[in-house]
Design a protein around this ligand. Structure first.
Ligand code: CU
Length: 203
């Protein structure tokens, strides 16, 4: 059955390319008690895949009702991020994280210059005016990434091969480091389960 499969090309060295059959990989992420973990960042390091985003790649982290939206974002390295303010109050967005220290001083509307995230890792975002505003941005060296939904599940299209599956969640004690495991995928749909040593936040 070909449904659900796509063909993807991976450019190799001197202009040669091969086409690999990609198949869906379903990843289920749970906390240490086995409860589904939403907003986990799931990504796959595939040999030969481009680390950097295509030129012009953009993402948006807004502020609405004095919260960041979304609170958890995953982007590929090299992506430009804008921080539009949809509130009537002004915000002052900053990050002290080593991968990208920046500050967007007290503003309304959308700052004209986006912030480019050119290193992988985690940036924790805050607002100088509203202490309870926080958000996390995870920057990855692969185009194959997703966030888990409310059921703790994410689906990615992955070429057959030997890869590394990485999972990161903002509640991890070391916010910058993903959990990693080996991943073997074939031409058929596959599934993986990852248990993280975190406690899901009570809703
Ligand atoms: Cu604010």
């Amino acid at each position: 059955m070909m449904r659900g499969r796509v063909l993807i090309g991976i450019a190799i060295g001197s202009g040669l390319a091969f086409v690999a059959i990609a198949a869906p990989l379903s990843v289920s992420v749970t906390d240490r008690a086995g409860a589904p973990l939403a907003d986990a960042v799931v990504y796959v390091m595939v040999r030969g895949a481009k680390a950097l985003a295509e030129p012009g790649a953009t993402a948006q982290i807004g502020q609405r009702e004095r919260q960041f939206t979304p609170r958890i974002t995953v982007i590929q390295t090299g992506t430009s991020v804008t921080f539009p303010n949809f509130d009537t109050v002004r915000h002052h967005v900053y990050s002290f994280s080593p991968i990208q220290k920046f500050e967007l001083k007290l503003y309304a509307g959308t700052p004209t210059v986006p912030v480019i995230f050119d290193k992988p890792g985690t940036a924790v975002l805050g607002c100088n005016i509203h202490d309870r505003m926080s958000a996390w941005l995870h920057v990855v060296d692969t185009p194959l990434f997703a966030k888990t939904d409310a059921t703790g599940r994410a689906v990615l299209e992955i070429p057959a091969g030997e890869h590394r599956l990485r999972v990161w969640h903002y509640l991890q004690p070391e916010p910058g480091l993903p959990q990693e495991q080996a991943l073997h995928t074939g031409a058929e749909p596959s599934a993986a389960t990852v248990k993280l040593a975190v406690q899901a936040a009570a809703n």
